[in-house]
Design a protein around this ligand. Structure first.
Ligand SMILES: NC(=O)c1ccc[n+]([C@@H]2O[C@H](COP(=O)([O-])OP(=O)(O)OC[C@H]3O[C@@H](n4cnc5c(N)ncnc54)[C@H](O)[C@@H]3O)[C@@H](O)[C@H]2O)c1
Length: 266
């Protein structure tokens, strides 16, 4: 929609802040990493795959499978060895294999176990490694990427959805636990965002047009729109915000209709 009024502008300064983004090599994680680089932070990407050339600029890549405690420890140790600090942890690495789009009795135990290991325990591993240093600093922010699927039911996401709900509760639990240590923890729940993860499951979700139309705003989101929410939450502008969830979802979370209330655009 073309605007005919100024839309305002916000910039962030993360000079000297040290940031770890898990799953930062592509998708939402790459956009978050890029936004931190643009705001002059030291950015470490912890991912099973290195970033592609377009996402390499200004970041340090560390190989890490968040399902491995020793990999998670090695990432935090390296960051501390380089900078003596870790200011921000973005728990973003998660998987949603197309084979998981099934009622749970049809999802193999290998797949759901791997999803639990990465999507749930991976967040815990990284936080558990970073928190002792954040406590010592008496500062730090942890952001868990959750999902719109954390807040409502849908068919065929019986593995992914409940784990995403747990990511919200992790942020709430850890937020209250460490509030007096100067550490804030929050989750962000995106609606459908245009990333490789969503592209891989577009057919299961009825195609791009139908998926966009399910969002009141009338389209799916872009990764930079999630990144800007993360930059705000991790900045001092959000210094009284902790143990809560921010839905970045084009209004999806407020939609309570039985059926899609919007006609499909022609
Ligand atoms: N895309 C969406 O529409 C959407 C919506 C809601 C929530 N989310 C959440 O946002 C986050 C990012 O999603 P995305 O769409 O950018 O995903 P994506 O699949 O596009 O990218 C995920 C990244 O995580 C990495 N990764 C996967 N397993 C890993 C592991 N074990 N250890 C380390 N890195 C690993 C991948 O290599 C990749 O770089 C996830 O937590 C996802 O659940 C996404």
């Amino acid at each position: 929609m073309k605007r005919n009024r100024p839309s305002g502008n916000v910039t962030f300064d993360n000079h000297e802040r040290v940031v770890i983004v898990t799953g930062g090599s592509m998708g939402i994680g790459a956009a978050i990493s890029h936004a931190f680089v643009q705001s002059n932070a030291h950015v470490y990407i912890a991912d099973v795959k290195p970033p592609t050339e377009e996402h390499q600029s200004g970041v340090t890549y560390l190989h890490c499978d968040t399902a491995s405690q020793s990999d998670c420890k090695a990432v935090v140790d390296k960051v501390i060895a380089d900078h003596g600090a870790v200011d921000i942890l973005v728990n973003n690495a998660a998987i949603q294999p197309p084979e998981s789009y099934q009622p749970i009795d049809r999802v193999s135990s290998e797949i759901w176990q791997r999803m639990i290991d990465v999507n749930l325990c991976g967040y815990m591993r990284m936080a558990a490694e970073a928190l002792p240093f954040m406590k010592r600093q008496r500062s730090g922010v942890i952001i868990n990427l959750a999902s719109g699927q954390a807040h409502r039911t849908a068919r065929e996401v019986g593995v992914y959805g409940p784990i995403k709900s747990a990511n919200v509760m992790q942020a709430r639990q850890w937020g209250i636990e460490y509030a007096r240590d100067g550490i804030r923890v929050a989750s962000v729940s995106p609606g459908a965002i245009n990333t490789p993860m969503i592209q891989a499951s577009l057919a299961e979700q009825g195609g791009a047009a139908a998926l966009g139309n399910r969002h009141p705003i009338g389209r799916i989101g872009e990764a930079h729109e999630v990144a800007s929410a993360v930059l705000w939450l991790t900045s001092d502008a959000a210094s009284f915000v902790t143990a809560t969830d921010l839905e970045v979802d084009g209004g999806l979370g407020a939609l309570g209709a039985f059926a899609d209330p919007y006609p499909m655009p022609n």
